[in-house]
Ligand binder design. Sequence first.
Ligand SMILES: [Zn+2]
Length: 240
Amino acid sequence: MDALIARARALLARAENVAVLCGAGVSAESGVPTFRGQGGLWQDHRPEDLATPQAFDRDPELVWRWYNWRRGLIAACRPNPAHLALARLQERKPGLCLITQNVDGLQQLAGSRDVIELHGSIWRLRCTACGAEAEDRRPALPALPRCAACGGLLRPGVVWFGEQLDPVLLERAWQTAGACQAMLVVGTSAVVQPVASLAGVAKAAGAALIEVNLVTTANSQSADLTLLGPAGRILPQLTA
Ligand SMILES: [Zn+2]
């Protein structure tokens, strides 16, 4: 393992532009609950029945109750050593760009800048009437939060099932992947498109692919090296 860490450090040191692709595995170590397997209060609801535009049209109050519950859980979570290591790496490599599938904002809380939040942020609100966006970090919002500008109903600023990713962010992610010399793929199996393609784009452009995950994934085969273990233990060794 030490030899693998040393190789990964060398690959990172050589790269002027580093891209990082983060998945749920990074935040899981902070205790951020995944969509599934929560049980308790919401065990009778499937995420597919709550995190959709149709569910929101049908019963926005129910969807907001669920999001307020999730906001409360996430508000209690702190950045873990993986988030902090990535923030530190960005200080050393100002060209570093983070692309995340997480909506919890923990990477920014750790000090990272310019994070591309492909799936949006649970702390962002978007008006369903005028499209205005605002950030609001209060754990619990009113039952049906309203837009300060027009009074329209606000919705969570996240990408729901059946919705497209923001094409502007996607384009930035694509550019980042194509322009990096090393890509770290952390805590994600990256099987969901179009995220799955980003590692391939980086690889095709000649970047070194370094995977950090608990288990091997579909990426492992094309990765230059795979470091198996918790991101919170491995990333600090890469960036120390
Ligand atoms: Zn509005």
